[in-house]
Structures are given as C-alpha cells and as structure tokens.
Design a protein around this ligand. Structure first.
Ligand code: PMP
Length: 398
C-alpha cells in the first residue's frame, strides 16, 4: 500500500487497515444490485461465512447493510419477546449496549457482571442461570473496551444445559478468535465487517442456527421490518443458489469486496495450519509477540490474566506519569491508536487494534510498536524503541 507510508496507519480496534485488493474492489464504480457479479459475490461470501463461522449446513448466514449494532439488534429482535428473560454476561461497554437493546425489546434483563478488565467466571454464570432461568444468554466474545475475552463456547454449553439459547457478539473476535458453530454450543454469532474480517465498515454479518431460526418462527409478534430473519432468509438462499432476489438494496461495493477479504482469511497458511484455523493461530501469535514489546515498554494490560485476554486488541494502562496525551503523541508518530472506552476507567488506558489483514503486515506491527515507544518517550518515559521492536521481531520469529 504505497499511500500507507505517508498517511497515518489505522491501528485502533476497528475499523482497521484493509488490503489493497479489498480496497480496490470497494472503491470501484458501483455495480447493479441485481447484476450477475453482485449475485456471485454475495453467494460466494455467504459460502465463505459458513467456513469462517464453521457453521452447520442448516444454519443461515446473513449479510445485511448496517454496522455491528444492527447485527446485535437483529439477534435480539428475532429471539426476544416482551417479558422473556435474558441474561447478559457483562464484561464491559458492549455488553451494556446489549442490555439496552434487549430492554427495548421488552426483555426482563438480568446480568452477571465483572469489574473492568476481568472475565466473568463460569461458576458465576451457572449460579445466575440456576437462579434466573433465562430464555437466552448474551455474551461478548472479546470486549473491545477492555480486551477481555470470554470462553464463548463454554458459556453456550452451560446455557444449553439450562435450556437457554446463546447469542455471542463476535464483532471484535470473528475470524481471529476460535469459535465453531458446528459445536452446537452457540446459536447466533454476530459480527461486523470492519474488524478481523478485514473489510471497511458497513456490513452486519451473522450466522443463525436452526434452533434460533425456530425461535423466530415461534415469536408471537413480528420483528421490525428490516431486521426480520424471515424477510432476509429467502434472499440469502437465492444468492447462495446464484439467483436474483430483492428485499432491500445491499451495500453493493462492500459486498463485492467481501469474498476478496474472506479469501485472504481462508487462504492463510500459518505454520502447520491453513484456512480459518491458521488465521486464528496467526492472531494469537501476533498478540503474543506484541506482548513482548509491551513488556519492553513497561506497559501493563487492563486485563491482567493472559488467559482472559483477547488476541484482537491490547488495552494498555498509562503509567502514573502519563495520561490521554499519549494517544496524541502516538498519533504524531504516524499511527492512530484509540483512547479508553470503558466509562469506569476511560482516562487510565489506551487501546491498540491488531486484527484482520493488518496483522499479516510485519511493517505495520513494527511501525506501531515504534510509534508507541516514541510517543512514550515524548511523554517523558525512558524506554527504548529499538529494544521494543527487537522484542516484537523476536516474538514474531518464534
Ligand atoms: N460489539 C463489539 C464487541 C464491538 O467492538 C462493537 C464496535 N466497536 C460493537 C459491538 C458495535 O459495532 P458497530 O460500531 O459496528 O455498530
């Protein structure tokens, strides 16, 4: 990406950098929403979603113009009736958002909460399941406000034992953190285009299994028009059969770029593995290498327990001497990172995204570590950029 040298590098936890090929497909002239090219791209993207989500044959993938919040809302609208009981595993900002969405659909919402930077123990979830007997459980796979990861499949298995369906918010995880819908433990896995899926913002993507599709059939009142699985399902089925059908106009340029981004993910070969598993492993590997660099820079994670930490971002505490001015200092070094997001600890940390195509670009990772190191120096910390970069490079080689 030649322009990437002069313009700042986007290393926030979404949206993220995209490949030149994806960018070219996205920025070309618009194509007709019923053209053969669009139908083929849409159909291919849905097939690839089945691979990325590791979805069973009777599950339904959906691609709808909108953002991750729309995907969350679709999951709620097609599952929750007024008065239904929903349990939210609350690990931060986006779990709170899920609770608000659920309340607006009339659910009786309970939550099992963790302090910022901590995962919710499965034992606490089990107690809440036992006590509240919810109809559905909602969990954020990786919470973008703190970097905390929940073991989504284990939560789903637990929820199923208590007869509840499970919805996982994978907006900051899908394509980077292992999750297989084939296991049957997760009923709906929602995501959006602008993070580990390596696309620009603008698409809500979700896969819904047979049990969650049945739940939509059983609703006693209709979901909002644009959000209804039953409105979209025939269109998605038509696209997979390479047939034309219209419900609402797709984000045509984004859809054209989608199979290209998904192909990049699915053709990844990393070490002994390939396909989406290789992509998952590569994310874990890069996160580990970056941790070595953060250690050299004396940066501490908001989420202290490494086993509870996602691989898609680093939420890093400011030292006692530094505050949010560090984010601007890093930006002056040509790399955009994000400030804190969790309202309780917002001004105590910053966030670096490392997901999607950008983690395959060693140069981006090196520039990011160097910019953070230089930013820290500008703010008065005695750290060595060369040492941090050497740690990163050593970690990447292992
Ligand atoms: N869930 C998570 C975990 C997220 O990180 C985000 C976006 N940062 C959302 C939901 C909402 O997605 P969007 O901003 O695309 O609506």
């Amino acid at each position: 990406m030649s322009e990437g040298v002069s313009r700042p590098l986007l290393m926030v936890p979404g949206p993220v950098e995209i490949s030149p090929e994806v960018s070219a497909a996205h920025s070309g002239s618009p194509i007709g929403h019923l053209s053969d090219d669009l139908v083929a791209a849409h159909g291919r993207a849905l097939e690839q979603m089945r691979q990325i989500w590791q979805a069973p044959a009777d599950a339904q993938p959906f691609i709808v113009a909108g953002s991750g919040t729309l995907a969350m809302e679709m999951a709620a609208a097609n599952l929750v009736e007024p008065g239904a009981k929903a349990l939210v595993v609350n690990t931060g900002y986006f779990s709170e958002r899920m609770m608000e969405i659920l309340r607006r659909y009339g659910a009786r919402v309970s939550s099992v909460d963790a302090e910022p930077g901590y995962a919710v123990p499965l034992s606490a979830i089990e107690i809440a399941l036992h006590r509240n007997k919810p109809d559905s459980v909602f969990v954020t796979h990786v919470d973008t406000s703190t970097g905390v990861r929940m073991p989504a499949q284990a939560v789903g298995e637990l929820a199923h034992r208590y007869g509840a369906l499970t919805v996982v918010d994978g907006v900051c995880a899908t394509g980077a953190e292992p999750l297989s819908m084939d296991s049957g433990s997760v009923d709906v896995y929602v995501s959006s285009s602008q993070k580990a899926l390596g696309l620009p913002p603008g698409l809500a993507l979700l896969v819904v299994n047979d049990k969650a599709l049945d739940a939509r059939d059983k609703l006693s009142s209709l979901p909002p028009y644009y959000l209804d699985y039953l409105a979209w399902r025939p269109v998605m089925q038509a696209y997979e059969a390479r047939e034309k059908m219209y419900f609402a106009t797709p984000a045509t340029n984004l859809v054209r770029a989608t199979p290209i981004a998904f192909n990049e993910m699915l053709c990844d070969v990393f070490g002994e593995t390939q396909g989406i598993e290789a992509r998952w492993r590569r994310h874990a590997h890069v996160a580990k290498a970056l941790n070595q660099a953060w250690r050299a820079l004396r940066l501490q994670h908001v989420c202290e327990r490494s086993e509870d930490r996602g691989v898609t971002l680093s939420a890093l505490r400011y030292s006692s001497k530094i505050g949010p001015e560090l984010v601007s200092a890093i930006c002056r070094q040509g790399v955009i990172v994000a400030g804190g997001l969790h309202p309780k600890i917002k001004n105590t940390y910053f966030r670096v995204g490392h997901m999607g195509w950008s983690i395959t670009q060693v140069d981006f990772l090196v520039r990011t570590v160097r910019a953070i190191a230089n930013g820290l120096r500008e703010c008065g910390e005695a750290v060595s950029p060369d040492e941090a970069v050497a740690e990163l490079e050593a970690g990447l080689k292992n």
